[in-house]
Design a protein around this ligand. Structure first.
Ligand SMILES: [Zn+2]
Length: 97
C-alpha cells in the first residue's frame, strides 16, 4: 500500500491511518477486558456510543482510552463525561471480580 493511500483516509484528525487504527484497537481491547465483550460487540458498542456522543468512532475511542482509562485531559472533555455515564449503563460481566 502506498503512503498516498494511507494518508488519503480523511476519517478524523489522525494524520496517519496507523494511529487511527491503534486507538480504535486499544479501545476495543478495553471494552473486551472490562465487559468481557466479544470483539465484534465491542466494535458495535463503540460505534453506538460514537453516534450518541455525536463524534467519530476514533474520537470516542480516544476519550475512552486517554480520558477514562488514563485519566488524561483530552480535547473533548464533554465526551469523556458523557462516556462515563454510558459506561455505567452498560451491564457488568456475569463473572464479577
Ligand atoms: Zn482517527
Amino acid at each position: 500500500m502506498s503512503d498516498r493511500v494511507l494518508t488519503a483516509a480523511p476519517i478524523c484528525g489522525h494524520g496517519h491511518l496507523t494511529a487511527h487504527v491503534a486507538v480504535l484497537d486499544q479501545a476495543i481491547a478495553v471494552l473486551m477486558d472490562w465487559y468481557e465483550l466479544p470483539s465484534l460487540e465491542a466494535k458495535i458498542q463503540l460505534c453506538a456510543w460514537a453516534v450518541r456522543c455525536d463524534v467519530s468512532a476514533c474520537e470516542l475511542a480516544e476519550a475512552l482510552v486517554d480520558g477514562v482509562c488514563l485519566g488524561k485531559a483530552t480535547g473533548c472533555r464533554g465526551v469523556v463525561r458523557e462516556l462515563e455515564q454510558l459506561l455505567r449503563e452498560l451491564p457488568a460481566p456475569q463473572t464479577s471480580r
